[in-house]
Ligand binder design. Structure first.
Ligand code: WTA
Length: 643
């Protein structure tokens, strides 16, 4: 194993000695079989039966993986996701168990037992069906973290409709793009929401989006703000509608394993977000199995995942995974530091949370605020901690382990993506030793390689690109559609840089292309650039990510104004507004620099690598390819001027 320095400059030896999971955790863990990886490898792809066994099938599948024309997981099988997440737990005598606990921004709490969830989902499914929603139709949601959001997702699943959840922080334009792209004729939204005590209007954004799409959109609206506002003729009130259908039940519609359960948009390499469709059978099997094996969840456990349901992490590990297993999932509205910086730890304490799952950026914020906030609360209910969304550095890992987990909880550093549906690389917390800073080996049944630009595996410790070399059930539909001439050559390029050590542990180094992980969210720099260059007075723009002292990604926009662009301050403001309008406030660059030019090659290609180095305050290397090397010094002094 090469103990040298990785491409991020951190020494791979820094991972120190592996940490064994505590015996107290192993004693109660769901998975303790150390030979699981081998048994999956020996029986591949049949090993995935194990994941499918977590589900109840309406009709059994014929083959685990049919690879005759693309990849078709659990071919021939039918099932319903809402039945699997709700009905079967009620039938198994757990109707009074909490399925969903919610804490609202104003301190309200609501608990839905599995039976409550059953009633709500049935009533909404009946209402949606009555409004014309049919199997295969796309129903869009645009809501913050309210219980009505998972209820709507499950009601769609019940009648075979495909949901498209749009994060409430997205702008009207972003919602319109998604509505139009999916030709969705149904929208479930809410009037507004509270963030840090302030009410935000969501309905206005929904109105604007609907004006902008060719189809007419049937709209349901949840009353969150309770402000006596009239919604007008275009909206039907959610609560009143549900009241009409209370007591009605709707037979869950059996869906083919490969039928889409939902569509979700993510940032790709182009200026436009890309649609990712996940299947009913393979996806649900993957998230149920990983919730069991990695998050160690089961009936009786309470899970808190801090991700918004609008992102894939929320789909898989707030909604589908925990509910498929009959666990309790906790949903909270808003941010972790309002009204106080201990808000999240209060939620953990009040709900006796067993498993806590969050992005490293959240943990780094807690670390900055200080250990007194978690220390103020009784966190002894926690058994397991998890992270997702970006690499976790060793310092943050140790802080989390000590101050949140009391040194007793294993940490799973879980690597996956929107496209993978569920976790693919992680330690099994009851089996594997932890190496802070490394996610872990690929899960049983998953095959991954770190390769050089020619596709050949690199030596242990050397950096390369992470590729997945075998399909898995939770893969997005689009990934498995074509397997080419020789399916054994199939591979999926993840777009992440990584190293792998001699023990098979994968250490992630960050994204390779032009997508970034910003505050635990994936964002495409090309999408942000597309919004900026559309601004009047902007000639050119390039957006890159830099790391701040807390290792959080900060967005730098280098913008070249046109000659007659007018006031610089106003132009900066227009740039910020344009990004907020096109994508949402969360995508607005932290720094907008007005620059006379961008570093370009002789053929006119912008070298973003240099822009990244300048933003990071690093020495700019290899300016030989530039046709305008003098711009580098100029940009350095502009950046110096703002930092
Ligand atoms: C990054 C979120 C390091 C990675 C589930 C990936 C991680 C992108 C980890 C996907 C991890 C996710 N360590 N990096 N444990 N988990 N990532 O689609 O760059 O929003 O490609 O899915 O997040 O982001 P996405």
């Amino acid at each position: 194993m090469n103990e040298g320095t990785s491409s991020t400059g951190r020494s791979s030896a820094a991972s120190g000695t592996p940490i064994q999971p505590p015996a107290s955790f192993v004693a109660g863990a769901n998975v303790t079989d150390g030979s699981l990886r081998e048994s999956f490898a020996e029986r591949w792809p049949e090993c995935w039966e194990r994941a499918a066994d977590f589900l109840d099938w309406s009709s059994p599948y014929d083959t685990v993986l049919d690879a005759t024309d693309g990849y078709d997981w659990f071919a021939g099988g039918t099932l319903n996701a809402s039945y699997n997440c709700v009905d079967r737990h009620v039938e198994a005598g757990r109707k009074s168990h909490a399925a969903l606990k919610w804490e609202g921004r104003l301190g309200e709490t609501r608990t839905y037992t599995y039976h409550d969830l059953y009633r709500e989902v049935n009533a909404l499914a009946a209402a949606l069906r009555e409004r014309g929603v049919e199997a295969g139709d796309v129903v869009t949601t645009y809501m913050p973290m309210l219980p009505e959001l998972p209820v709507t997702m499950l009601a769609c699943a019940r009648i075979g409709a495909v949901h498209s959840v749009v994060f409430a922080g997205y702008s009207a334009d972003a919602l319109a793009m998604r509505l139009a792209d999916t030709e969705s004729a149904y929208l479930v939204t809410c009037d507004g929401y509270y963030r840090r005590g302030t009410a935000y209007d969501l309905k206005r954004k929904a109105d604007n989006a609907c004006l902008d799409v060719p189809q007419s959109v049937d709209r349901l609206i949840v009353d969150r703000l309770d402000d006596d506002r009239s919604y007008g003729d275009n909206y039907v009130g959610y609560a009143a509608l549900l009241d009409e259908y209370r007591g009605e039940t709707v037979e869950p519609v059996p869906r083919a394993a490969s039928d889409p359960l939902f569509v979700i948009y993510t940032s790709g390499t182009t200026g436009r977000p890309k649609a990712v469709r996940h299947t009913t059978g393979g996806y649900l099997a993957q998230v149920a199995w990983t919730s069991h094996a990695v998050l160690d969840l089961g009936p009786g456990d309470t899970h808190l995942c801090s991700a918004d349901v609008g992102w894939i992490t929320g789909h898989s590990y707030v909604v589908y995974g925990p509910l498929a297993l009959g666990a309790t999932t906790v949903l909270y509205e808003g941010t972790s530091d309002y009204p106080e910086r201990d808000h999240l730890w209060g939620i953990v304490e009040r709900n006796a949370v067993d498993v806590f799952y969050a992005a490293p950026t959240v943990i780094r914020a807690f670390m900055k605020w200080g250990a007194e906030y978690p220390a103020d609360h009784d966190l002894s209910s926690l058994r397991l901690l998890g992270t997702v969304g970006e690499p976790i550095d060793e310092t943050t890992w140790r802080w989390y382990h000590e101050n949140v987990g009391g040194g007793e909880c294993p940490i799973v550093d879980t690597w996956w993506q929107t496209e993978t549906g569920g976790i693919l690389v992680s330690t099994l917390p009851g089996v594997d030793a932890m190496r802070p800073g490394a996610a872990g080996p690929p899960l049983p049944g998953i095959a991954a390689d770190v390769v050089d630009p020619h596709g050949s595996p690199v030596e242990p410790g050397e950096s390369g690109s992470l590729v997945l070399t075998r399909p898995w059930p939770g893969m997005a539909l689009d990934l498995g559609e074509s397997t080419g001439e020789d399916p054994t050559d199939w591979r999926y390029e993840t777009g992440d840089a990584a190293t792998v050590d001699a023990g098979g542990y994968v250490r992630l180094l960050g994204r390779e292309g032009n997508t970034l992980n910003v505050a635990g969210r994936r964002l495409g720099t090309r999408e942000v650039e597309a919004a900026i260059v559309a601004v009047d007075g902007v000639a050119e723009a390039a957006v890159v990510g830099a790391e701040d002292t807390r290792r959080d990604t900060v967005l730098y926009a280098y913008v070249t104004p046109q000659r007659d662009a007018g006031s610089e301050a106003r132009l900066r403001e227009r740039v910020r507004d344009a990004v907020a309008d096109a994508i949402g406030g969360f995508a607005v660059p932290d720094v907008v620099l007005l620059t006379p030019d961008l570093p370009k090659t002789r053929s006119g290609k912008v070298l973003r690598r240099h822009l990244r180095q300048i933003a990071n305050g690093e020495a700019v290397s290899d300016t030989g390819a530039l046709r305008n090397p003098e711009i580098v010094g100029e940009l350095e002094s502009i950046v110096d001027g703002v930092s």
